[in-house]
Design a binder for this molecule. Structure first.
Ligand SMILES: NC(=O)c1ccc[n+]([C@@H]2O[C@H](COP(=O)([O-])OP(=O)(O)OC[C@H]3O[C@@H](n4cnc5c(N)ncnc54)[C@H](OP(=O)(O)O)[C@@H]3O)[C@@H](O)[C@H]2O)c1
Length: 244
């Protein structure tokens, strides 16, 4: 994969993925989008001429046209090989008796609506990358969309209840992932959902068992192995498949 875009790249897993890619030789252009850059991300951009930061609040629908044209200019004729819809939010544990409308709508907007609308906007660039590499099999040498989901979005694995805003938003993102995989199949664009593991970030908290670097290395190893038969599936960072 020559060109990659990651949303929510100023901290947490997004930043970890950018760090990993700046060291990954095959990548020619890395686009980090964020609402507000962080010191760490700015430093990485100073050190790597492959990295470009583009400002994006994923819920600012009105900016999508302009941002898409900035991304188009950044990737040029290569198009976009890999889009990782990573930006996400979570409301802490919410029991049925406590959950609020604003929490449900906020999680749904950022975690579900935004990845769908950004992907919609970037399809022409993904298609361009897929066509430019039409002798390669479906996968990261052509065009891939990864929707950062969570095991908490798995209906099969829900044995604890609660977490209404987050669970519903990620389950809906999983549904969108499946539809995208079907709708983009004819363009040879692979789409999959990814659970990064429970990772020590602001969202995962300090008790999480996995560090960012291990999760990120596992996710990229998994992404690079994905092929046609994997489109429309839900994977964990270590490559194992998860139930919807
Ligand atoms: N950590 C885990 O254990 C875990 C487990 C399962 C799934 N995940 C998923 O992995 C992804 C990354 O999580 P993380 O642990 O890195 O979380 P994090 O440390 O809380 O970082 C969240 C990122 O999303 C960005 N973001 C939130 N709302 C945004 C918006 N409207 N526009 C643009 N960016 C926005 C944040 O930017 P700001 O700095 O501007 O807020 C930040 O960069 C999420 O989708 C999450 O659901 C994480």
């Amino acid at each position: 994969m020559k060109t990659v875009l990651i949303t929510g790249a100023n901290r947490g897993l997004g930043l970890g993925m950018i760090k990993y890619l700046t060291k990954f030789n095959n990548t020619e252009k890395i686009i980090a989008t964020c609402r507000k850059t962080s010191e760490e991300l700015s430093l990485l951009a100073q050190e790597s001429n492959k990295l470009q930061i583009i400002s994006l609040d994923v819920t600012d629908w009105n900016s999508l046209k302009d941002v898409t044209s900035q991304i188009g200019n950044a990737v040029g004729a290569s198009g976009l090989n890999l889009l990782i819809n990573n930006a996400g939010v979570t409301t802490k544990f919410t029991k049925l008796s406590l959950v609020k409308v604003e929490q449900l709508l906020d999680n749904l907007t950022v975690n579900t609506v935004a990845p769908i609308m950004l992907t919609q906007s970037l399809v022409p660039l993904l298609k361009q990358a897929s066509e430019a590499n039409n002798s390669a099999p479906m996968g990261s040498d052509r065009a891939v969309v990864i929707n950062m989901s969570s095991i908490l979005g798995s209906i099969t694995q829900n044995d604890q209840g609660g977490f209404y805003p987050y669970r519903c938003s990620k389950a809906a993102l999983n549904a969108a992932t499946k539809s995208m995989s079907i709708d983009l199949k004819k363009e040879h664009i692979l789409v999959a959902a990814m659970h990064p593991g429970w990772v020590r970030t602001d969202m995962g908290g300090k008790n999480a068992p996995l560090d960012v670097d291990s999760s990120v290395a596992g996710m990229f190893a998994t992404i690079q192995k994905l092929g046609e038969a994997d489109s429309g599936k839900f994977f964990q960072y270590d490559g194992s498949e998860l139930p919807w």
